[in-house]
Design a protein around this ligand. Structure first.
Ligand SMILES: Cc1cc2nc3c(=O)[nH]c(=O)nc-3n(C[C@H](O)[C@H](O)[C@H](O)COP(=O)(O)OP(=O)(O)OC[C@H]3O[C@@H](n4cnc5c(N)ncnc54)[C@H](O)[C@@H]3O)c2cc1C
Length: 393
């Protein structure tokens, strides 16, 4: 069984590792000349960290990741704590694996470091695919071609593989924009910010911040605001002054954190319906290419790691001459869960941004009453072991 993965993001690299562990022959083709992630943080919940642990990545994860001791929800104007749910040891106890905050570059590096030389091919942008009965041919922008029994599109939100097999898509602009900032932790030391996942909710906006990098070296924030900016790319610069203007009247702590950066990036948030299917012939999709979601559950990359784990289980004993049953099983196992995350993220976008009033009060009191367990509202998500589930099915 020979497999080609298109795209070396978090999903594509995780797939290279799970597929290799299953004894399969894998090549990953990436368009970029070097592997680079944006200077930003990423939250990795236990449903993915347990998969990465089993891939032997516990040591680099615990060295490079930050383990928040709690998730803390606060009110936008007076900073009142709405709820505090324990993470760290409580998370391990409840879900059997840690909750991590990473610098994205560290996470990408630790995945890449586990992949042997010769598997990853940079400067190969997939521009086309041709399906044959017994194989798929992939064409690259540089004139090169490669053949495989299965091709996996892990090429992100603007996936070429998805376009080739499914046709064009029609994303809907959500009316929200995410600004991001990252600074050395020393810059915000005077604010006494705890090592936790901090989430502030307010009318039409929310603000999330946490430490990343070995020894909590950096402080990272994401600010979601209404906006008309329509470019869905992290390379787009934003103005710190615009982000600050959006948080006029918010608690001074939020404004001080935004003001601690000199530059900010912004990303237009688009929403997309779930795809009817992910697989055509010998080609399938994973990660953002298959199930792009709004970032309000912090599950996009986590779900791509789950995809990688299940895909490898499905292909491990598959017949290279007839891959359809294995790919169908992969898609059928994964779709209900990723669709639930897409839907949950959409709902959170409404819930986080409620205007002050009756609904907001109801939300706050129900949150306060659930404060003793680690993220109980996400137990179905964090407590689920996709690999163990597969073995039992
Ligand atoms: C504001 C924000 C905050 C987020 N926070 C979190 C979080 O805390 N936790 C979480 O789990 N998720 C989070 N996400 C989502 C997460 O970033 C994505 O879901 C995740 O990075 C998707 O990984 P991927 O590997 O599928 O795609 P990508 O990371 O986009 O990787 C795709 C790769 O494919 C390559 N590529 C593209 N086209 C081609 C081609 N034609 N040929 C070859 N290579 C190609 C690209 O260069 C890239 O390297 C957040 C997203 C946003 C917008």
């Amino acid at each position: 069984m020979r497999i080609i993965v298109i795209g070396a993001g978090i999903g594509g690299l995780a797939a290279a590792l799970t597929l290799r562990r299953a004894g399969l022959d894998v090549d990953v083709f990436e368009q970029a000349t070097e592997l680079r992630e944006v200077g930003a943080g990423i939250q990795i919940s236990p449903n993915a960290s347990r998969i990465l642990r089993r891939l032997g990545l516990e040591e680099p994860m615990s060295r490079l990741g930050v383990r928040p001791h709690a998730v803390v929800f606060r009110r936008w104007d007076d900073g009142r704590e709405l709820a505090r749910q324990p993470l760290a040891d409580a998370c391990e106890r409840n879900f059997g694996a840690p909750y991590y905050h990473f610098h994205r570059a560290d996470l990408l590096d630790l995945l890449r470091a586990a992949i042997p030389a010769g598997v990853l091919h940079l400067e190969h942008r997939c521009v086309g695919l041709t399906q044959h009965n017994d194989r798929v041919e992939v064409q690259f922008h540089n004139g090169a071609t490669a053949d495989a029994d299965v091709v996996v599109g892990a090429d992100g939100i603007h996936s070429t593989v998805r376009k080739v097999i499914m046709g064009p898509e029609s994303p809907r602009f959500s009316g929200h924009v995410a600004y991001r900032g990252l600074v050395p932790a020393d810059r915000v030391k005077h604010l006494g910010i705890e090592i936790a996942a901090m989430a502030w909710w307010g009318p039409g906006h929310h603000f999330v911040h946490y430490y990343v990098g070995a020894g909590a070296r950096y402080h990272n924030w994401v600010a979601v605001t209404p906006g008309e900016w329509r470019v869905e790319s992290w390379t787009a610069k934003g103005e710190v002054a615009d982000a600050l203007a959006e948080f006029e009247g918010w608690h001074p702590q939020v404004r001080a954190i935004i003001g601690s950066v000199e530059t900010t990036n912004r990303w237009a948030l688009y929403d997309r319906d779930e795809l009817a299917r992910w697989t055509v012939g010998r080609v399938t999709l994973m990660g953002d290419a298959a199930h792009p979601m709004l970032p309000y559950m912090a599950q996009g990359a986590v779900q791509s790691i789950e995809d990688a784990a299940v895909l490898a289980k499905c292909l491990e004993h598959a017949d290279a001459r007839d891959v359809a049953p294995a790919l169908l099983r992969y898609e059928q196992t994964r779709k209900p869960r990723t669709s639930r995350c897409q839907e949950g993220s959409r709902r959170n976008g409404v819930m986080y941004h409620l205007p002050d009033g009756a609904d907001q009060k109801k939300r706050d009191s129900s949150l306060a009453s659930s404060a003793t367990a680690p993220l109980p509202q996400n137990a179905w998500l964090y407590g689920h072991d996709v690999e163990a589930e597969f073995e039992q099915s």
